[in-house]
Design a protein. Structure first.
Length: 412
């Protein structure tokens, strides 16, 4: 029996990757718990286990009595004299409990409890280990590709990468390595559950920290990240050392650093933007690669004026560029073409210029007033067809009239 126990101890220690001493201590505690369950909670037991031989010796502290009611806590004087020649009724002696009395079933039950405790300790250890990895990038292997998620083997544990945490441009194959961000770790009865993400903004941040030594050293600081995972991202950076170009540091020589990040993100474009305390400068930079003519603050909105040819670049595909810029600077952005902005400015000024200020001939002025037009805005906002009917002028004459009014408004 001793040999079986010794082999069991060694086997458990090897499988569970724990020290043999810990296994013995846990088994000892399990046997003590079993004895208290058998003889009562007040039972005082001492268990000695030899990991080398598997020998188990159990001792019980028993009170010497004339009549035994509880064999786990009491002993007759006759039996007590074998452990102490001077024992008397009322004394407490340390009596060895024969292993046969403990029984194979009790030993097996104790070993089962040992395994349960070791499994719990293993789950706790794994949870503690991966809790420390929360917020970090881990590398694993694609183990199983399911309809709703991908199972990633991280060595001692499996992690979950759900569809919504995957990049649309990712392509997975079983057995291939994969990097992901640990964004959540949960403790469950069957062990820790690790949730991964490749869409989280922090994943991009950690990739940049890995690639750019200046960020890791604290010389370059990331001020903000806006992501459209799998498509485009914008990262605002600043330098704490005026000699270090933060954008250049992140891009790297011949774009080597940023290309490594883009490759890991399966082709997701990454715009590196230099942060500024001046919100107007910051907004203009955030709209890159579009060229910006002017930035005007109107209430809580920043109106950005761009050359007509740059408008589609500033807006981006399906409005993505301006949306990301707005997320990055955390403010509302409105993009206008230069031509539209000039026209809007003209119309704002036109509303303040009355018909009398336009120096029109009396007949024309009376016709316009009769049609309900009171200022230059009303005239410019009227369709050429309607204005032709009102003034009884030709289309060419109406166009000349509008041009003259525009000139007059700008001059006012």
């Amino acid at each position: 029996m001793n040999k079986d126990i010794a082999n069991l101890i060694v086997q458990i220690a090897r499988i569970r990757n724990v020290d043999i001493t810990y296994v013995c201590e846990t088994l000892r505690a399990s046997i003590v718990t079993g004895l208290k369950r058998r003889f009562g909670v007040e039972t005082e037991a001492d268990v000695e286990i030899s990991p080398e031989t598997g020998e188990i010796r159990v001792y019980l502290a028993k009170q010497v009595v004339e009549r035994v009611d509880n064999p786990g806590q009491q002993i007759t004087l006759e039996d007590a004299l074998r452990y102490g020649p001077s024992a008397q009724v009322g004394d407490v002696v340390r009596a060895e409990l024969p292993l046969d009395e403990l029984g194979r079933i009790a030993i097996r039950k104790a070993s089962d409890e040992l395994l349960l405790k070791l499994r719990e300790a293993e789950r706790t250890k794994l949870y503690d280990e991966f809790s420390k990895k929360k917020g970090e990038i881990v590398t694993g292997t694609v183990q199983k590709i399911g309809r709703e998620e991908i199972i990633v083997n991280l060595g001692l544990i499996e992690a979950m990468l759900s569809n919504r945490e995957q990049l649309k441009s990712d392509h997975y194959r079983q057995g291939l390595p994969i990097k992901a961000y640990v964004h959540r770790v949960e403790k469950t009865p069957i062990g820790p559950r690790v949730y991964l993400s490749r869409t989280h903004p922090e994943f991009l941040k950690k990739l940049l920290v890995r690639e750019v030594p200046e960020i890791k050293e604290g010389v370059v600081e990331i001020k903000g990240i806006a992501r459209s995972p799998g498509f485009r991202s914008k990262v605002a950076v600043t330098s704490l050392d005026e000699k270090v170009d933060p954008v250049g540091a992140c891009v790297g020589y011949r774009k080597s650093r940023i290309e490594n990040v883009i490759k890991e993100l399966s082709g997701e474009k990454v715009d590196i933007v230099q942060w500024s305390r001046d919100p107007q400068i910051y907004v203009a930079r955030a709209l890159g690669p579009a060229k910006v003519s002017e930035v005007i603050k109107e209430g809580e909105t920043y109106v950005v004026v761009v050359p007509d040819a740059e408008f589609s670049i500033a807006i981006g595909k399906k409005g993505q560029n301006v949306w990301l810029a707005s997320l990055l600077v955390q403010t509302k952005i409105e993009v206008l073409k230069e031509s539209d902005y000039r026209n809007r400015a003209l119309m704002n000024r036109a509303s303040k210029v009355t018909i009398d200020q336009l120096e029109l001939d009396d007949d024309l002025r009376k016709r316009l007033e009769a049609a309900g037009m009171k200022n230059a805005f009303d005239i410019l906002n009227t369709t050429p067809e309607e204005l032709t009917r009102t003034t009884e002028k030709t289309a060419e004459a109406v166009e000349e009239l509008k041009l003259a009014i525009r000139d007059r408004v700008w001059a006012s």
